[in-house]
Design a protein around this ligand. Structure first.
Ligand code: DOR
Ligand code: ZN
Length: 431
């Protein structure tokens, strides 16, 4: 055996068992209460081992925006946050909307410390590429405009793309026309709180409703970054081919925080009310939200300090998702089992990722070791993201990731351990 993780607390259903995890050639070979010879032993003395998180929604910005993030800094932030796989979004420059641009992105991702996959962008005229897309996680349709140039807001085109796709379709569900009307209405205002009025609940609900309608009962539709109670109500009535994701910022922040955060609390969709926030927590428990993903979208401090209308939307999140959620487990807002389903098991299933999302023999040894008792404050200066800020700066949490392993190699142990290189994930065929 290459490596043994001794005295690991593992979650089995809702109880813990103490076991030793044996790793060979990057995979979990055996989980046993017996001692077996291994070249290297790590005794974690009863700390909890979870599957490494799979963040199905990140913007690592390459190619195109190296001043905001790159695969080295983004993957370091991920590793420090217990995330061992990311799926990157197509709104780069060039956007990932053809096989050629996908090759360019693959080159950039070779710098990654963790494993990765890509979502492919829909445009108004790449139906053939969408139909042929196999080596990617999903097809992203931007029903409303956001950072970058991608926009596909014509229902006929959206429907065609949905019909052509043989893999899951993710939608950025914000209604472009209503957003434009609202922007016109509030154009003389410059306070960041108007973001919630421009990108209102109705903006999200209209687009999500249309997406669910167009998907019918066949398209595997995944609604990205759900932020409103209205969308949850739609999801409750939607058929089972429709799944949804929400993000830490909609769970841990709301529109009142924008007074304090200014444009550092500006993201698309916008932060909503505490009523929406409560509904999302309910949605996690009720099973209608299938995944939590960060929508890690770094922008520099200088970019964020511009006038409201100029400042780009997006917040970093890949390093802070797990600490925030562990704190929520300690506060009994969700169970640890729920956390694992929402951040690793379900994303692996939803996007057909092979060998990930579980601590079990045969799976990749992508693991995060957490200390549920450690109290620590999230700090700007501890962020590995190139943007070097977090909307959670100063927040004290209980529960912290202390070690991360990628394919059996330690990549984080209180600090980043270099030397390992991430690989592109592979996918099961069917959806
Ligand atoms: O806030 C956001 N930022 N929402 C998006 O849809 C895109 C993202 C970005 O890429 O900056
Ligand atoms: Zn996004």
């Amino acid at each position: 055996m290459d490596k043994a993780i001794i005295n690991a607390k593992l979650l089995q259903n809702d109880t813990f068992v103490t076991r030793n995890i044996y790793i060979r050639e990057g995979r979990i070979e055996k989980i046993s209460s017996r001692r077996i010879a291994a070249e290297k032993r790590i005794d974690i003395r009863g700390k909890i081992v979870l599957p490494g998180l799979i963040d199905e929604h990140v913007h690592f910005r390459m190619p195109g925006f190296p001043h905001k993030e790159d695969w080295k800094t983004g993957s370091y932030a991920a590793a420090a946050g217990g995330v061992t796989t990311v799926l990157d979004m197509p709104n780069t420059n060039p956007p990932t909307t053809s096989q050629d641009s996908l090759l360019l992105k693959r080159e950039c991702a070779k710098k990654s410390l963790i494993d990765y996959g890509f979502h492919f962008g829909a445009t108004n005229d790449n139906i053939k590429e969408i139909a042929g897309a196999r080596n990617v996680a999903g097809i992203k349709i931007h029903m409303g405009s956001t950072t970058g140039s991608l926009l596909t807001d014509d229902p006929k085109v959206i429907e065609k793309a949905m019909l052509a796709a043989t893999i899951p379709v993710l939608v950025h569900a914000e209604d472009e026309a209503l957003m434009k009307l609202n922007a016109e209405k509030y154009k003389s205002h410059h306070e960041p709180f108007i973001h919630n009025l421009v990108r209102s609940n109705e903006v999200c609900a209209r687009a999500s409703k249309l997406a669910i309608h167009l998907a019918g009962k066949t398209t595997r539709l995944h609604i990205a970054h759900v932020s409103t109670k209205e969308e949850l109500d739609l999801l409750k009535r939607a058929p089972s081919n429709v799944t949804a994701e929400t993000c830490p910022h909609y769970l841990f922040l709301n529109k009142n925080d924008v007074k304090r955060l200014g444009n550092f609390g500006k993201m698309n969709p916008s932060l909503k009310s505490s009523i929406d926030q409560a509904a999302l927590w309910q949605g996690l428990k009720g099973g209608r939200i299938t995944a939590i993903a960060t929508d890690h979208a770094p922008h520099t401090i200088e970019e964020k300090q511009q006038d409201y209308w100029k400042a780009p939307s997006g917040v970093p999140g890949v390093q802070t998702m797990l600490p925030l959620l562990l704190d929520a487990v300690n506060k009994r807002k969700i169970t640890l089992r729920n956390l694992v389903s929402l951040t690793s098991k379900n994303p692996a299933r939803l996007f057909r990722i092979k060998g990930k999302g579980m601590v079990s023999p045969g799976s990749d040894a992508d693991l995060v070791i957490v200390d549920m008792k450690r109290v620590h404050s999230i700090k700007d200066e501890e962020q590995y993201s190139k943007c070097a800020w977090t909307p959670y700066d100063g927040m004290k949490v209980k529960g912290w990731p202390v070690m991360t392993l990628a394919r059996g190699n330690i990549i984080f142990d209180g600090e980043i351990i270099e030397g390992h290189t991430g690989s592109e994930v592979t996918y099961e065929r069917s959806i």
